[in-house]
Design a binder for this molecule. Structure first.
Ligand code: AMP
Length: 194
């Protein structure tokens, strides 16, 4: 198996790069944001529970997010070549649970690709995306909350993976294909012998 985390603040390009990584490495995409949006759209009990968090740019509580993620992992682990995690983990607790799950299944997170993008660049990109996708959580106030959640809670995931030697920082500003080239080189180096 090859398991990758794509990491970065809102608007860093995780979705765009994930699509390209999945195509190249044949991985199963897990975006917790997409999963939550789908539950909300279908008005499931989980959707009802998480709606106010996602709409306000706040992190969904760990126990809810982790339970949903584990179910998807259990349902798919036997059939796939590996996973790419997009928007997960967002807290150190989530990262620890993910490592434990991988170890229990005889595998690991092989690389954490962190896209480096400044706050100003992020705001400009999200404004642009808002016009195209019309996402309910992307207005300015909520955007600031999402960015705050990233810098208050999610950023601590970086030293966690750094201390385990799995963090790869990639400059997230530039041409999509140039960034993708840097990512694939990093993944290929990290996955040698895995
Ligand atoms: P995203 O599309 O990845 O930015 O996620 C949209 C929203 O879903 C976030 O603003 C959070 O409210 C929620 N969410 C997604 N992933 C997580 C996670 N790993 N932990 C907690 N909340 C999450």
């Amino acid at each position: 198996m090859l398991n990758i985390v794509i990491f970065g603040p809102p608007g860093a390009g995780k979705g765009t790069q994930s699509t390209k990584i999945i195509e190249k490495y044949n991985l199963y995409h897990i975006s917790t944001g997409d999963l939550f949006r789908s539950h909300i759209k279908n008005d499931t009990p989980l959707g009802k529970r998480v709606k106010s968090y996602t709409e306000n740019g706040l992190l969904v509580p760990d126990e809810v997010t982790i339970a949903m993620l584990k179910e998807v992992l259990e349902d798919n682990k036997a059939q796939v070549n590996g996973f790419i995690f997009d928007g997960f983990p967002r807290t150190v607790t989530q990262a620890e649970v993910l490592d434990k799950f991988m170890a229990e299944n005889g595998t690991a997170i092989h690389a954490v690709v962190a896209l480096d993008v400044s706050e100003d660049e992020l705001k400009a990109r999200i404004e642009k995306r808002k016009a195209i996708e019309n996402r309910a959580d992307d207005d300015q106030v909520k955007l600031q909350k999402r960015i705050n959640e990233y810098f208050n809670k999610t950023i601590h995931v970086l030293p966690y993976y750094h201390s385990k030697g799995r963090l790869i920082k990639i400059d997230g500003v530039g041409e999509v294909d140039t960034i993708f080239g840097a990512i694939t080189t990093a993944i290929d180096n990290a996955s040698i012998g895995k």
